[in-house]
Design a protein around this ligand. Structure first.
Ligand SMILES: [Cu+2]
Length: 308
C-alpha cells in the first residue's frame, strides 16, 4: 500500500510550495508607487545576496557530512592538519564582499528612499498634496489643511501626485504604514515626522499601524483610496457636505480612545489644529514649517481638560 502511494506523492511534492503561496497576497511585493517599488527591489536584492551564501553553505554542509562519513574509508584523512590559506580566503573573503555589497546598497537606499526626500510627479506641474496625519487611540485622523476637511480612518489621494504627509500622534507612539506605497514612518506625540509617497495606479490599499499599541491596535487600520483627479475632487466635495466640524470644542471627543472607529467625515476643520496637537506636548510651542522658527500656539485641548 505505502509502496504504491509514496512514489506518486513524491512526484507532486514540488507543487506544495505553490499551494502555500497562492493563499496570500504579499502587499510588499506588489507595490503601486515608486517608493514601494524601490523598497521591494532593495529587499529582493538583499535577499538574493544573502541566498548566495545560505544555499552553498547548506549544500556544502550536507555534502561534507556525507563525504567524510565514518564508513567512507576512501576520503582524505588528515589528523594533524591545522591551516589552509585557501579556506581562510573563503571564510574571510566572502563575508567581507557580502558586507561591502550590502553596505553600499544600504547606504545608497537610505538616502535615495529617505521618507523626507521630496518626490516629483512624472508631470512636474502637478503640485504635491499636503495631508496631516494624527495617530489616535485607535484610529487615524487625516486632515487636509488646504481643502479644510478631515476624515477618520479613510485617506483619499489623487494618483500621480506627490503626497506630503506630516505625521504626529496624540496618543502613544505608533507607525504609519501603507505597505503597497512604501516606507513606514513613526508617529510620536509632540513630534512632526514626514513621509513623501506617490501612488501611480488607482486602487484601494490597506493602511495600518505597524507598532503594537494595546487593546484597539488590531482595528487601527484604514483604507488608502488612490483615485484620479475628478474622483478626488468629488470626494473632497462629499466630505465638505458633512455637518461635522473639527475644532477645539469637538476635538477632545474625536480624540477620545475608541476601538474599531467607523469612517467619519468632517466638513470643516479649524486652521492650525495640527500645530495645536503638536504644541500640546511642547509647552505650547511648535516649529513653523516654512521658516523653521519656533512659535507659540494654542495647544489643542485634551479630554481631561474638557471634563474639568
Ligand atoms: Cu523598531
Amino acid at each position: 500500500m505505502t509502496k504504491e502511494i509514496l512514489p506518486k506523492f513524491k512526484r507532486l511534492m514540488p507543487l506544495i510550495p505553490a499551494l502555500l503561496l497562492s493563499g496570500c497576497t504579499l502587499d510588499l511585493l506588489d507595490p503601486r508607487g515608486p517608493v514601494g517599488r524601490g523598497n521591494r527591489d532593495v529587499m529582493l536584492l538583499e535577499m538574493g545576496v544573502m541566498l548566495c551564501i545560505i544555499i552553498p553553505v547548506i549544500i556544502m554542509t550536507l555534502f561534507f557530512a556525507w563525504k567524510y562519513r565514518e564508513s567512507n574509508t576512501k576520503a582524505e584523512y588528515l589528523p594533524t592538519w591545522d591551516h589552509s590559506t585557501k579556506i581562510e580566503c573563503f571564510v574571510w573573503g566572502i563575508p567581507a564582499v557580502v558586507i561591502l555589497i550590502l553596505g553600499v546598497v544600504c547606504v545608497w537606499s537610505s538616502y535615495y528612499y529617505d521618507p523626507y526626500r521630496k518626490l516629483t510627479a512624472s508631470d512636474p506641474s502637478r503640485k504635491p498634496l499636503n495631508v496631516e496625519v494624527v495617530a489616535l487611540d485607535w484610529k487615524w485622523l487625516f486632515i487636509y489643511p488646504d481643502q479644510g476637511v478631515a476624515a477618520i480612518n479613510q485617506l483619499a489621494i489623487p494618483v500621480d501626485r506627490p503626497i506630503n504627509f506630516l505625521i504626529t500622534s496624540d496618543a502613544v507612539m505608533t507607525s504609519f504604514f501603507i505597505p503597497r506605497l512604501g516606507s513606514q514612518v513613526y508617529a510620536m506625540a509632540g513630534m512632526q515626522t514626514q513621509l513623501h509617497l506617490l501612488a501611480d495606479a488607482p486602487g484601494d490599499y490597506l493602511g495600518q499601524a505597524s507598532n503594537y499599541t494595546g487593546a484597539g491596535f488590531s482595528d487601527m487600520r484604514f483604507r488608502a483610496l488612490a483615485m484620479n483627479d475628478g474622483d478626488f475632487d468629488a470626494w473632497v466635495e462629499k466630505v465638505k457636505q458633512s455637518p461635522n466640524a473639527l475644532d477645539s470644542s469637538t476635538y477632545p471627543d474625536v480624540a477620545a480612545p475608541q476601538q474599531a472607529a467607523p469612517v467619519t467625515y468632517y466638513g470643516r476643520v479649524q486652521p492650525s489644529l495640527f500645530d495645536g496637537i503638536v504644541a500640546k506636548y511642547n509647552n505650547g510651542m511648535v516649529m513653523n514649517k516654512s521658516t523653521g522658527q519656533m512659535m507659540h500656539m494654542q495647544p489643542a485641548p485634551s479630554e481631561a481638560q474638557m471634563k474639568e
